[in-house]
Design a protein around this ligand. Structure first.
Ligand code: ME8
Length: 670
């Protein structure tokens, strides 16, 4: 189903409205906004869809607790999402709510069509239901008797329900994945889905009896059943485009389906890759071109909890830091697809280094020297020399790489390419020494050098428009550029400013953060003083806590008592970077997790670590860790451990040790 390449359709998950939006929601939505703005800047027709998921048991229960109707509840809960998106500068084209008539009609028509073509059947469902994940689970899915996704209790359900013949479309999906290697990204997530598809694919229970759970979309032929979330919600991606399962779908659908990018968190990969794709096949539609599952944010090294959620409440972050540095930081800090940690200190260091120091300084140096020695005007270019040609080549490369990486959702690589240019600009000032040129009276060269630096700032402002639109505008003002002058085509040419234009007085676009805001400090203190969310049960005597190697090293006082070792002793320990491929609970010990870790060898290592009290296994997959690689294997409660993960905090594990840059597994750590 080809459609033109001058259009681009990107979606976010539709978020549950049972709680207020958090950093994770903001992250996916910022990513979608940046890539949507980028395509608009390139002149493509863009459709960017986000919205909220309003049906389900969780919402019904939350409304019940408040003593109001579910509709009143969702009407009140949607506002904080829309308000936050406005504050974060999210320029969506459509915002869908699953209670809207336009959506409900499509869900009902889809149900009818699937029933008519024999893809739905009625049967007794017997199994577990997790309200937290709004999903059915089988006995073997459960972990310690709880929901494997959320760790929350499950309830036994035995009731007549409607099933979707998902199994019928499993082979079609297997084939589609083989023919479209880029369908699920990144690669590690694709492998996860392929692993899922190696097993038999069961049919999908898609209803609840309304008598038990009424807050969903009624089945058109039998209102005693409702459907919601994993049938209802997924259809939002097409209902918002005016798709009709039973007739003409209209122009938006023709223009924008299949979507170019469904952005989701790794928590909802299977539901999108398997449930959604097979539903689409059943409706005779093609899946999206790319389903991109990004990683998970932890906060200050810990799983996001209520108190830690407050520490990174997106509204707080916007209040204290501004929306645009936040947009930059979340996309710069961790490679899209990997897990990462939000730390306020890392935020301060990153934005000070990249925005205030590198970019801010380049502008400040070039414009204040122009003010002093060139009457505050944009200088004329001189005849290019070797260094100038090298700078131009770098600018050409940076612009090309930036676009390519952004379109591949490799935001951090796009920024790296641009910052290489910005840093080269600062270096160019250091080597060309405009102050010396001024002293020597070489005004022609002085003007050319300062002009090229200002041109680099213009390139940066142009490329950063999708990320920091207001800051890009401020940079343009500082370069005396009129509105609309930051056009993308040809922007790499370091000769586009208006020669002789009067520059305004330099004023900082990215003020430095000298210390963490008082409000942040207070929240951090309160959150870290609180006892850990799930305190570790006392360790059974025979169990070695693998991730907490030296109990003595967990507090400074204890460290003083630790005997000193020589460098030779230390050099016997081989530390390597690893990437967690799989994480599951130990079958026989609540506080242990069992990992498969890629440490750069042909076969992943199995490592057992006593960190279950702090981390949910699902959160850790994809995370970079540091592994003691030459430990003798030991058995922990019957499971062999072939190494040790380094963690901080002693018995009361507080965080996993990692390294600041993503590195290939197996890299030596010293
Ligand atoms: O799952 N780090 O809604 P939801 C990064 N309604 N991203 C995170 C995150 C974290 N710690 N926590 C959440 C639902 N997210 C369904 C979706 S779609 C048809 C139905 C982000 O409110 C991430 O995008 O639980 C994740 O997929 C989404 O929020 C889940 O949002």
């Amino acid at each position: 189903m080809p459609r033109s390449h001058d259009s681009y359709y990107v979606t976010t998950p539709i978020y549950y409205v049972n709680d207020k939006p958090h950093l994770g929601h903001a992250y996916t939505t910022i990513a979608a906004d940046v890539v949507a703005r980028w395509h608009r800047l390139n002149g493509r027709r863009v459709h960017f869809l986000t919205g909220v998921d309003e049906h389900g048991q969780k919402v019904l229960e939350a409304a019940g607790r408040r003593g109001i109707s579910p509709q009143d509840h969702v009407d009140a809960m949607v506002a904080p999402y829309q308000a936050l998106w406005q504050r974060l500068g999210i320029a969506y084209d459509d915002f869908i709510r699953t209670t809207e008539a336009r959506h409900v009609a499509v869900v009902q028509a889809a149900l009818q069509r699937l029933k008519d073509q024999g893809d739905l059947y009625e049967a007794v469902y017997e199994g577990w239901y997790s309200t937290a994940a709004e999903r059915f689970w089988t006995e073997k899915d459960l972990v310690d008797g709880k929901c494997p996704d959320t760790g929350q209790p499950v309830e036994w359900v035995q009731e007549k329900n409607w099933f979707f013949r998902m199994s019928r479309y499993a082979d079609q999906l297997r084939l589609f994945m083989a023919e479209h290697p880029d369908f699920v990204q990144p690669e590690s997530r694709r492998n996860e889905v392929l692993g899922y598809l190696k097993k038999d694919v069961a049919d999908l229970c898609i209803s609840r009896p309304a008598a038990r759970m009424s807050w969903g979309v009624p089945f058109p032929w039998d209102a005693t059943f409702v459907t919601y979330v994993w049938f209802d919600a997924l259809l939002n991606y097409v209902s918002a485009l005016g798709y009709r399962p039973d007739g003409d779908s209209g122009p938006l659908f023709a223009d924008f389906w299949p979507a170019d990018h469904h952005l989701v968190g790794k928590d909802i990969l299977t539901t999108h890759a398997v449930y959604w794709s097979t539903m689409l096949f059943a409706l005779g539609l093609s899946p999206a071109r790319c389903l991109y599952a990004h990683g998970w944010w932890t906060v200050e090294g810990q799983k996001m909890s209520k108190s830690l959620g407050n520490v990174v409440d997106p509204n707080l972050l916007v209040d204290e830091y501004g929306a645009e540095p936040l947009r930059y930081f979340v996309l710069r800090e961790i490679p899209f697809g990997y897990d990462g940690d939000f730390s306020h200190r890392a935020f301060m260091e990153r934005t000070n280094a990249d925005l205030s120091n590198d970019l801010g300084n380049l502008l400040h140096r070039a414009s204040s020297m122009s003010e002093k020695w060139l009457q505050g005007r944009v200088g004329a270019l001189d005849e290019p020399r070797e260094a100038d040609r090298a700078l131009q080549a770098l600018a050409d490369r940076a612009v090309a790489t930036y676009g390519r990486e952004l379109e591949a959702l490799q935001f951090h690589k796009a920024f790296e390419a641009l910052w290489e240019l910005v840093r080269a600009g600062n270096k160019y000032i250091d080597t060309e020494q405009p102050w010396a040129l001024n002293r020597q009276g070489d005004t022609a060269r002085l003007a050319g050098v300062l002009r090229r630096c200002l041109e680099i700032v213009r390139v940066a402002a142009t490329l950063l428009q999708p990320v920091m639109p207001a800051k890009a505008r401020q940079l343009a003002d500082q370069l005396a550029l009129p509105a609309g002058a930051l056009a993308l085509p040809g922007c790499a040419r370091l000769e586009l400013l208006t020669e002789g234009a009067t520059l305004p007085s330099p004023s900082p676009v990215f003020p430095r953060l000298e210390e963490l805001p008082a409000r942040v400090q207070a929240l951090l203190q309160a959150a870290t003083a609180a006892p850990p969310a799930a305190p570790a049960p006392p360790a059974p005597a025979k169990e070695t806590p693998v991730s907490t190697p030296t109990p003595a090293a967990s507090t400074p006082a204890a460290a003083e008592e630790t005997p000193l070792i020589s460098i030779d002793d230390f050099s016997k320990v081989q530390l390597r970077t690893g990437r967690i491929l799989e994480a599951t609970r130990h079958p026989d010990a609540d506080r242990l997790l069992v990992f498969k870790v890629d440490v750069g060898e042909s076969v992943p290592r199995q490592i057992v670590a006593g960190i279950a009290s702090r981390f949910d296994p699902a959160v850790l997959v994809g995370q970079q860790v540091v592994v003691v690689a030459n430990l003798k294997p030991v058995k922990l409660r019957g499971v062999e451990s072939q190494g040790m993960l380094l963690a901080a905090g002693g018995k009361d594990v507080r965080g996993l040790v990692s390294v600041s840059e993503p590195l290939p597994p197996g890299t030596i750590v010293r």
